[in-house]
Design a protein around this ligand. Structure first.
Ligand SMILES: N[C@@H](CCC(=O)N[C@@H](CS)C(=O)NCC(=O)O)C(=O)O
Length: 62
């Protein structure tokens, strides 16, 4: 299953959630608090050096 790293207060995140919903694609939502720096941890930066959400992780792990 796809995994969406997101912050539900984010407009950019909303766009990703809207598209996935319109395409009827199921996904696991992983909430990241951007205000608390949760997208700037070494673990998150290893997935996305940009350090921002939304981030869509594919089933392949990419
Ligand atoms: N489309 C851009 C914009 C993403 C973006 O600006 N995300 C904001 C939230 S709307 C964010 O993660 N901010 C947290 C930060 O910069 O630490 C991208 O994917 O790089």
């Amino acid at each position: 299953m796809l995994r969406l790293y997101d912050f539900t207060g984010s407009g950019n995140g909303y766009k990703a959630r809207l598209l996935l919903g319109l395409l009827d694609i199921s996904y696991e939502l992983v909430e990241k608090d951007i205000m608390a720096g949760e997208t700037r941890t070494p673990e998150f930066l290893a997935m996305n050096p940009n350090g921002r959400i939304p981030l869509l992780a594919l089933e392949s792990g990419d």
